[in-house]
Design a protein around this ligand. Structure first.
Ligand SMILES: *Cc1c(COP(=O)(O)O)cnc(C)c1O
Length: 426
């Protein structure tokens, strides 16, 4: 029973979850479902109930769950070794594959998580520039290392405040958090602190305050402004790399950063991350240079095999157009239903990922994302769950359409949205 499992979880795991985003805390009420397995676009809970899955494990599972070829690749790799602590062919081929498919990624280092990838990219930017300050953007999530758990200070305060207890003030003092899509604030900050800024860190398309695309020209100007003061541009593509097409979002948007951080899809559902970029910068990484970064499990054979097979399938089957078409059908359908039931919503969609905000204001940054109704989303989330549709349990996450979703799944979803909106109208 789901309740029994979660009771057991709550006793021994803090909050019953090993990552807070998995809890139903922000949508209130019921304990989260304990899932037993996945099957294509579906998840099946420990009680045997099936859910159509738009979570995609927060992004990595782009081919759907338990893809037979990915499973086979993992099985085969596991018969050779799980971990050798030496270079292995699969990690080398994965690194080659990334370098070949991502513009500006001349050299790479594999890590075990996206958190490490971003954390290391920041350290590298600091090592290369000899500077300390990092500029990031409010509402963006870059993993759970100290430096990126800093939000903007209030009012005239220049020093960031921590998003988490336990982040030392020494760290928050070196991070400036600004509103996304606001060039005025960015140029102001760079004018003031420019010669101390190591890097400007951003997701090219934000995925963690809901999907928020950059306004036209925003990233181009960001790069220009950063370079004018000698700072590096770092793109966190942990969600976006290989999500919208076979390659980086940077390529789609026409702005190549100095450094990338990646994760999620490149591990094919197993733990993996990567950071890299310009060769002259990567020369600073140990053992070539003096920036230290390491990992017992980094580039491990199983993650490399799963990632490689996933990328190979994405390259050869090119599911992106179909995924985008399904997401567009959902977007259009949900907008029509919202209009019909007179429920004000805004949808931000990029390719196969989108967010439904319960509010009328266009969402371009964290403040506007925050205007969306938390209560309405919570109600909607529970109604959809009762319909057998699993959405991420937060209004700041995306719906991800995977290559395993079919036309019939989209129809089912829209029927469920229809009934849910009807209930919400009372
Ligand atoms: C998920 C995510 C991370 C962190 O990756 P983990 O593998 O969870 O450590 C970093 N940046 C972005 C944009 C993410 O979405």
């Amino acid at each position: 029973m789901n309740e029994t499992w979660f009771e057991r979880a709550r006793r021994v795991i803090a909050g019953g979850v090993n990552s807070p985003a998995r809890s139903f805390h922000s949508v209130g009420g019921d304990p989260p479902l304990v899932m037993a397995r996945g099957e294509g676009a579906y998840m099946i809970d420990v009680d045997g109930n099936r859910y159509l899955d738009y979570l995609a494990a927060f992004g990595p599972v782009i081919l759907g769950h338990a893809h037979p070829l990915v499973t086979q690749a993992i099985q085969e790799a596991s018969t050779q070794a799980t971990l050798l602590g030496t270079p292995v062919p699969s990690e080398i081929v994965l690194a080659e594959t990334l370098v070949e498919s991502i513009p500006g990624l001349e050299m790479v280092r594999l890590t075990t998580t996206g958190t490490e990838a971003v954390m290391s990219a920041i350290r590298l930017a600091r090592a290369f520039t000899g500077r300390q300050l990092v500029i990031k953007f409010e509402g963006a999530y870059h993993g759970h290392s100290d430096a990126v758990l800093v939000k903007a200070g209030s009012g005239a305060s220049t020093v960031g405040t921590a998003d988490s207890l336990g982040v030392p003030t020494g760290v928050t003092q070196d991070v400036i958090s600004l509103p996304f899509n606001n060039l005025h604030r960015l140029s102001e900050a760079l004018e003031r602190w420019g010669d101390r800024v190591a890097c400007v860190l951003t997701e090219p398309v934000v995925g963690n305050m809901g999907i928020v695309a950059p306004l036209p020209g925003y990233l181009e100007t960001m790069k220009l402004l950063a370079h004018q003061v000698g700072a590096l541009l770092v793109f966190d593509e942990v969600i976006t790399a290989f999500r919208f097409h076979y390659g980086s979002a940077a390529e789609l948007l026409g702005v190549v950063p100095d450094l990338y951080a990646m994760g999620k899809i490149i591990g094919g559902g197993l733990p993996a991350g990567a950071y890299g970029g310009r060769q002259d910068i990567m020369q600073y990484v140990a053992p070539l240079g003096g920036m230290f970064q390491a990992g017992t499990l980094a580039g491990n054979p199983l993650s490399s095999a799963a990632g490689l097979k996933t990328l190979e399938i994405l390259r050869t089957t090119n599911p992106y157009l179909k995924m985008e078409q399904l997401a567009r059908t959902l977007e259009t359908g949900i907008l029509e239903l919202a209009k019909h039931y007179d429920i004000p919503i805004t949808i931000n969609r990029v390719g196969s990922g989108f967010t439904v905000f319960f509010g009328e204001t266009a969402v371009v940054d964290y403040d506007t994302a925050n205007l969306a109704s938390k209560e309405q989303f919570a109600t909607f989330h529970h109604l959809m769950l009762a319909e057998g549709i699993y959405l991420a349990p937060s209004r700041f996450e995306a719906w991800f359409v995977s290559a395993a979703h079919q036309d019939g799944d989209i129809e089912r979803t829209l029927d469920a949205v229809d009934r849910s909106f009807k209930m919400m109208r009372g």
